[in-house]
Design a protein around this ligand. Structure first.
Ligand code: NAD
Ligand code: ISE
Length: 340
């Protein structure tokens, strides 16, 4: 079966995922798109022979759409995801699932009422080969119990529109999701402190930020978020256990030796390139689940809810001078693998 995907939001990542669905993944076609910017939607639709529909609701309910991809702005995600659940259609929603915990819970409740999983959230790091190898090592128990995690998330620069809360909401949210999954543990509190600010930032931005998370089992995670580091896009992660440690590999890259540069290995500049393989695998697995009528196995609506609660706690801490803020989550329902 070829899965007919409808795409809501044909901006930067929407276009990249449309390319992925039509040129990389087999078994998918993009039949419909919509965007608030009708000219942009028409331009993108023409490249893949899709129909342009007037809005998200019409796209979700189109008989030519089997599954929905939401790549619009974050505050609009909840409406589109709820429409897809109401139509009983699988929906892949880019992060965040919703910008408030209340909206995430409405999605969780709607999906539970539907009775089977329809929602997958776009936390692509779970599909990265390096993180998957780390997960295997941790699951094998080779390191003993994990005790500490040291991470860095560095972007070369960010635009003026990027504000201090986005360090948690837009950037650290990837570590928040992947570490909950890697450790198979829940984050219970967040604290954000700010070292000396870089002069290379826009004046309104607190950059860098150091985030400290604690999990139910007591693991401490420290995460440096530095979004004007200048030198590249650099993602580091090291889990230290009782008997050893496991570190995320840098993507393979040649080492060049010259008199001028010494030993040199290029540093990636762009998250789209760094996680290209992860995005491809994420969509291959999602389309395979839709094609076979299976529930998606990627990040769930519950994971989307948890990430929003934890990022809210981090923003609260940042705005209250680094106090430790607890991440107050509802009990995880059995539907999502919990005991409640
Ligand atoms: P963008 O601004 O480039 O594109 C968003 C598009 O959605 C725009 O064309 C806008 O007109 C359209 N849009 C907004 N609301 C709409 C609505 N209700 N109906 C139809 N169209 C609508 O943004 P982007 O950078 O592509 O980001 C989109 C989403 O993807 C965001 O939620 C962002 O957080 C997420 N994202 C995820 C990753 C990742 O690493 N997984 C990376 C970048 C962006
Ligand atoms: C962006 O939205 C992403 O998702 C990238 O992965 C992240 O590195 C960047 O900081 C965000 O702004």
């Amino acid at each position: 079966m070829t899965v007919r995907v409808g795409v809501i939001g044909t901006g930067m990542i929407g276009q990249d995922h449309i390319r992925r669905l039509t040129e990389v993944v087999t078994g998918a076609t993009v039949t419909a798109v919509t965007d608030l910017d009708a000219a942009r939607a028409a331009e993108v639709a023409a490249t893949v022979g899709a129909a342009v529909l007037p809005d998200g609701a019409e796209l979700v309910n189109s008989p030519d759409v089997d599954a929905v991809l939401v790549t619009s702005w974050g505050p609009t995600h909840a409406e589109h995801v709820l429409n897809a659940i109401a139509a009983g259609k699988p929906v892949f929603c880019e992060k965040p699932l919703a910008t408030t915990a209340e909206d995430c819970l409405r999605i969780v409740e709607a999906e539970r009422a539907h009775g089977s999983r329809l929602v997958q959230v776009g936390f692509m790091r779970r599909f990265d080969p390096g993180y998957r190898q780390m997960k295997e090592v941790l699951a094998a128990g080779t390191l003993g119990a994990p005790l500490m995690v040291h991470c860095a998330h560095r972007n070369p620069t960010v635009p003026d529109a990027y504000h201090s809360a986005m360090a948690a909401q837009d950037t650290a949210v990837h570590e928040i999701d992947v570490l909950r999954w890697l450790l198979d543990d829940e984050i219970v509190s967040a604290q954000v402190v700010t070292p000396r600010a870089t002069s290379k930032r826009f004046a309104h931005l607190k950059d860098p930020q150091i985030m400290i998370f604690e999990t139910v089992s007591g693991v401490r995670i420290d995460l440096e978020v530095f979004v004007n580091c200048q030198y590249g896009y650099d993602i580091q992660c090291e889990v230290v256990g009782e008997d050893g440690l496991v570190r995320l590999p840098d993507p393979a890259a040649v080492n060049v030796r010259t008199a001028a540069a010494g030993h040199a290995t290029a540093v990636m500049q762009d998250w789209k390139v760094r996680f290209a393989e992860a995005f491809d695998t994420e969509f291959r697995e999602w389309i395979a689940s839709v094609a076979t009528g299976a529930e998606p196995t990627g990040p769930s609506a519950w994971d989307g809810y948890a990430a929003t609660v934890i990022t809210d706690a981090a923003v609260h801490s940042l705005e209250s001078d680094g106090t430790v803020v607890s991440a107050d989550m509802k009990p995880r329902p059995a539907f999502y693998g919990g005991a409640a």
